[in-house]
Design a protein around this ligand. Structure first.
Ligand SMILES: NC(=O)c1ccc[n+]([C@@H]2O[C@H](COP(=O)([O-])OP(=O)(O)OC[C@H]3O[C@@H](n4cnc5c(N)ncnc54)[C@H](OP(=O)(O)O)[C@@H]3O)[C@@H](O)[C@H]2O)c1
Length: 266
């Protein structure tokens, strides 16, 4: 019997690649979008807004009614935010936390009872290498993903006894629509950060455009699903992106900060 998978945020980018590859590998895949009228997918698309509890409940209920179970959740839906922290509207910060942190956790809360009933399940969270350090002008995004990683480390220990595995998969820059879907704090004319932020916005968008193919993330998810005893954390990215996590562990804080600032030309 094919395993039943839910991939949140499967209308584009990483989620779409994951959902397509798993479909090709024989899984029964349900992808989601806030706009399920979008077409051209080789898997079924269900409506889902992770910031709306009713929408989450309806989505999971639909799958359970049809399949009687849900084996795998790829918790991928998310959005970005850029801006100097001082200039970023707090409401926008909350919106990103509601999506990347609370929304992703609300999806987990809805699938866990079904996984516990079946005494097995796999949850793969798409986090971010940006969650391992505070990146200038992306501090709030880093915070959503870093906070989510920590909560998931805890969840993994809590649900182990029920046969449920939790894995965090952190990508570096991947060439997707994320820059278009991000909330960009405007570059205000009177902002104290105007020049540095403007220069960094261009740098960030260029990094995404030259990022890895989302298919590499899909292959990694498939590989993780084959493992009997998966690790807590996986990272996919360029050498320096992954190495920057190691450097943060071993370098004195101020030396690491200097490296980051020079990378972002600050
Ligand atoms: N691209 C990168 O460089 C990168 C790096 C690190 C981590 N990530 C993470 O990877 C994940 C996928 O991002 P991506 O790069 O593939 O970006 P993307 O192409 O913009 O895709 C984002 C997906 O999330 C969905 N989504 C956004 N807000 C949602 C909400 N409130 N409820 C439900 N679905 C929502 C979108 O679906 P609809 O708009 O159709 O609803 C879309 O399918 C995100 O969690 C992101 O933070 C990306």
């Amino acid at each position: 019997m094919s395993k039943v998978v839910l991939v949140t945020g499967a209308s584009s980018g990483i989620g779409k690649s994951i959902a397509s590859l798993l479909t090709n590998k024989g899984y029964k895949v349900y992808g989601t979008s806030r706009n399920p009228n979008k077409t051209g997918f080789d898997f079924e698309i269900l409506p889902l807004d992770v910031t709306n509890r009713d929408s989450i409940q309806n989505c999971i209920q639909l799958i359970i009614e049809k399949e009687k179970r849900l084996d795998i959740l790829v918790n991928n839906a998310g959005m970005g935010i850029t801006g100097p922290i001082e200039d970023t509207p707090t409401e926008e910060m909350k919106r990103v936390f509601n999506t990347n942190f609370f929304g992703a956790i609300d999806v987990i809360k809805e699938v866990l009872p079904h996984m516990r009933n079946h005494k097995r399940g796999q949850i793969i969270n798409i986090t971010s290498i940006a969650g391992y350090m505070g990146l200038p002008y992306r501090g709030i995004y880093s915070a959503t993903k870093g906070a989510f990683e920590l909560a998931m480390e805890a969840l993994r220990m809590e649900v182990k006894e029920f046969g449920v595995t939790v894995v965090n998969l952190a990508p570096g820059d991947v060439a997707t629509n994320i820059a278009a879907g991000r909330y960009h704090t405007p570059v205000f004319d009177n902002s104290a950060y105007k020049e540095n932020y403007q220069a960094n916005l261009e740098l960030m968008n260029a990094h995404v455009d030259t990022g890895l193919s989302p298919d590499i993330m899909a292959k990694k998810v498939y590989k993780i699903l084959q493992k009997k005893n998966p690790k807590v954390h996986y990272k996919v990215g360029g050498f320096m992106e992954k190495f920057s996590i190691v450097l943060k562990r071993i370098l004195p804080d101020k030396m690491y900060e200097k490296l980051l600032m020079s990378h972002y030309k600050l």
